[in-house]
Design a protein around this ligand. Structure first.
Ligand SMILES: *Cc1c(COP(=O)(O)O)cnc(C)c1O
Length: 391
């Protein structure tokens, strides 16, 4: 194998102070995760059996009844939507993404429409926006209310989608209280809601039926991995729509999670066949998840905050800046730089050699963010030097 694969391919290495962004390759994996993936690559295993083992680990760590490894949180959302519509009905599985002939509507609060809603729609589901955005627009004080949810539920409702943040997490209680008695599964997009690691359990304990996490963000697993955790029947229906189903009915031995009694036959390749999780991703995610669950969030946030303080100090007095603690962000600490023209500065940084990336999330408010999640400590000094030259 060549020493520096990226140099061989003429692909630039980048200084990443923008966070675990998918377009920059997500998290950087620990050596233990990398070597587990390499070992996994050298043997044949039954993927259903491996997913069942993954489910045991995910269940233990998240408190979910069941779990599977997906190819990312977006894939988990598509599979969650599909499972909510089909349950164990194999004719519905075969029909997807055409879902007009059965309940196919997913309710989504107007305040929570993200670009990732497309992942829900990719299943064939139709999204129904509900509620008001008074807080988001600054027009008023009221958030999502129980009566709005109850009024929106019809016989065509297949699920409720909730894109959770530290700010809206309390509204999940209202949603669960309205949906659970009516048998409507609540799907939570918690892709980037780690740390704190307590969130691995929190949304499930609040009553979510299915929760999606990214494997390639804070968990530090393979970029193309994620978790779908939750109710056993729904996770099983998701798994059978993700697995390779070119099987002989006479010899197929699926894991217990797949309820053969509940299905009228054996489904063909499902909607999720293109989202196949490989043995390397599954093993890598599991090793990373064990490491993440055992680590100390508070200590690692404190270490990140010390690095940010050092970076802030080295940037000197010429720049207006502020450290925002993990307590304030609800996740990891950040260094906010208040600058004249954030996007122009970001473009200059990206044009450097090596390119430097800061988070543009608050650019509209005149802020560029140093997000330390995927910033290698050995890049801190180069980041400071690049910023001092580019401002
Ligand atoms: C990152 C993200 C996703 C997608 O996660 P992947 O693991 O990259 O598929 C979905 N929803 C939200 C809110 C995210 O931040």
């Amino acid at each position: 194998m060549p020493k520096d694969i990226y140099a061989t391919l003429a692909v630039k290495r980048r200084i990443n102070a923008a966070g675990t962004l998918t377009r920059l390759g997500g998290a950087l994996m620990d050596e233990e995760v990398v070597s587990a993936m390499a070992a996994a690559a050298r043997a044949s295993v039954d993927i259903g059996e491996l997913q069942a083992a993954a489910g045991r680990t995910i269940a233990r760590i998240t408190t979910a009844q069941a779990g599977i490894v997906t190819t990312g949180a977006a894939a988990a959302l598509t599979l969650a939507a599909a499972a909510s519509m089909t349950r164990w009905d194999i004719a519905r599985m075969a029909a997807l993404p055409h879902a007009e002939n059965f309940p196919n509507e997913i309710l989504l609060p107007r305040t929570q429409r993200t670009g990732y809603a497309h992942a829900l729609r990719a299943s064939g589901a139709r999204l129904v926006d509900i509620g008001h955005n008074d807080r988001g627009t600054g027009a008023g004080v009221r958030g999502l209310e129980a009566w709005e949810i109850e009024a929106a539920i019809t016989p065509r409702t297949a699920a409720f989608a909730f894109s959770v943040t530290p700010q809206n997490a309390n509204e999940l209680t209202t949603v669960v209280a309205a949906c659970r008695p009516r048998g409507i599964p609540v799907i939570v997009d918690a892709a980037a809601q780690l740390p704190p690691k307590s969130n691995l359990k929190k949304f499930l304990q609040m009553g979510a039926d299915l929760v999606a996490f990214s494997g390639g963000k804070a968990i530090g697993g393979p970029q193309a991995s994620g978790i779908l955790a939750g109710r056993r029947d729904l996770v099983g229906a998701a798994l059978v729509q993700q697995l390779d189903m070119d099987v002989s009915p006479d010899t197929w031995a699926p894991p217990d999670l797949i309820d053969l009694q509940a299905m009228k036959g054996i489904p063909h390749h499902g909607l999720g066949r293109g989202f196949k999780a490989g043995k390397e991703e599954i093993v890598g995610l599991l090793v990373a998840l064990e490491r993440y669950a055992a680590a100390d969030d508070e200590a690692s946030n404190a270490a990140l905050e010390r690095r940010l303080a050092r970076i802030a100090q080295d940037l000197g007095d010429g720049m207006v800046k502020k450290i925002v603690s993990a307590r304030e962000t609800g996740r990891v600490p950040q260094l906010h730089l208040m600058v004249e023209n954030p996007l122009a500065l970001s473009a200059r940084l990206q044009a450097r050699e090596p390119p430097v990336h800061l988070s543009e999330r608050f650019a509209a408010q005149g802020i560029l963010i140093v997000d330390p999640q995927a910033l290698r400590p050995e890049d801190d000094a180069a980041l400071v030097a690049a910023l001092l030259k580019a401002v």
